[in-house]
Ligand binder design. Sequence first.
Ligand code: ACO
Length: 335
Amino acid sequence: MYKSKITGMGMYVPENEITNRDLTALMDTSHEWILERTGIESRRHIKKGDGNTTATMGVKASRIAIERSGIDKNDIELILFATLSPDYYFPGSGVIVQKELDIPTCPAMDIRNQCSGFIYALSTADQFIKTGMYKNILIIGSENHSGGLDMTTRGRGVSVIFGDGAGALVLSRSSSEETGILSTHLHSEGKYAEELSLIGPSTRRWVPEIMAANDAEDTSYYPYMNGQLVFKNAVVRFSEVIMEGLQENQMTPDQIDMLIPHQANLRISQFIQKKFGLTDDQVYNNIMRYGNTTAGSIPIAMTEAWEAGKIKSGDLVVLAAFGSGFTWGSALIRW
Ligand code: ACO
């Protein structure tokens, strides 16, 4: 069995910053409400005409990750693209990245696991590298939420939370036994599938049917979130899946150097931080500036933490996510 390690990371967020106060012009909300419940102060939204899409933001992050990894783009043997907001219904966004990067015929695959999508993609890539099938895999997490949110008072419980952005990394075969991905852990609980979901348009209700109904009150094409149920499950599952990873590696919470949680809600991250007895320096949060960028949030946060010198050689880095599905997962990495 081979081992995999991260050899390059990159991120991209649109320039257009939307503060909480900007949102008060669109809906009945306040900076104080959003800050207190979520920790968010601003987020980035794609501006119509700025050329950004889920895939093209992923391309921008990928170019940086590939350059930092030092490999030639043609050495990429697999592209994994995690998103809940692909450019098109089909095909997936992985092939669009492939086209934009001009990589001829390597496989490209989309992963549909929402907030946990990046950890699912990382785990999938790790398996391909472990078995020796591939040596270099490009993994992307990217979301374009802004165009699909209900930016009126009706949608305020959801729309204030989400932002746009992308992160990417190159996972490569490691020459060292000591460093790289130690383990990944994945879970789902489909009984909650509809509790955080966007159900229309879908193949249960195709676009022509929605158009024929011509119902201005139809909210099925906006995301729905049972916020309190999500919150309650998130704090439990985050904790469980981090513990699972530590136990599998015969480690204890005091050995964590850096926890990078999916940026769902600052209150969830703070709960986990307290539970594991971590200091502010041991948990990286940037939800204050970007909101929840779903599959993009972990690679964006990892890239920023690394750029800021907060991840050092030899550190134990723990990634964890929870989200729609419900799905959750963790990854332990020796840097
Ligand atoms: N501004 C002002 N008031 C609002 C807003 C808003 N943006 N949104 C909701 N309210 C109002 C509601 O209408 C309600 O008013 P009422 O009492 O008069 O009926 C009141 O605030 C309380 O609403 P709740 O939905 O009960 O608020 P809650 O305390 O649950 O907070 C929140 C909502 C922040 C979404 C919370 O449930 C939460 O954080 N849940 C976790 C979900 C999460 O983190 N999701 C991230 C995406 S999923 C993921 O990444 C895991």
